[in-house]
Design a protein. Sequence first.
Length: 277
Amino acid sequence: MTPRSWLFVPADSEKKIAKALDSDADALIFDLEDSVVPAQKAAARDILKHLPKRSGGPEWWVRVNPLGSEHHKDDMDVLGIADIHGIVLPKAESGTDVIQLSHRTGTIPIHAIVTETPASLFGLLSYRQPGSPLAAMSWGAEDLSAALGASSKYDENGALSFTYQLARSLCLAGAVAAGVQPVDGVFADFRDDAGLRYEAEAAAREGFTGKLAIHPAQVPVINAAFSPSADEVRHAEAIVAAFEAEPNAGVLSVDGKMVDRPHLVQAQRVLERSRAG
């Protein structure tokens, strides 16, 4: 299943890990990077190494520290855990970073966070590399705004400023070009369900198929936003059925509207998502 919700959880907090494990998240990201201070990183790795075995439930991913970080090499020790599904690589600047990491990790899937440095915005097409273990790409604005020296990533109306909208769009296009999952970034106010719902539904309309979460309370909203509604599934089934009935047609009428081959591709993706959910 393609994860809809990717829930971050600090790897140094057994209490928060237990709460995350009880959530309905499709994927958990045990974080060894930003949410764990340097003095706690060794303890966080030890907690991960002693997580109980499990059957079923969410995928387990680990966000390691960036390539070149003094903590990165030590993070590699936790990847021997059998239940770890993949690695989240922060501050990736190009597909070369993914390949470099894979030299150490083999075929373990990699989810790259691809817009956290100024240089990263110029490398979004480079992730389209044959044989890469890349599985997903997501974007982040906090580290990017800090690196750019911005006082805020929002404009005077409270919307993302152009630079960060650009980063988001480049991540979406880069992920689709690479044939991997495009994952929308975090919504920071975990108490604002309405704002999260609005942002997640907009991301789903644009082409993202999942979203990062920072609190278990965000998971149900995200899962709902990236799960096709009954009406969407019914309409998609009607489009697929119409083209199956007339396989040589270029354009058909479905529910009183003209649809063509791009609509068929979209309908097939809706049905794939509905089956996965």
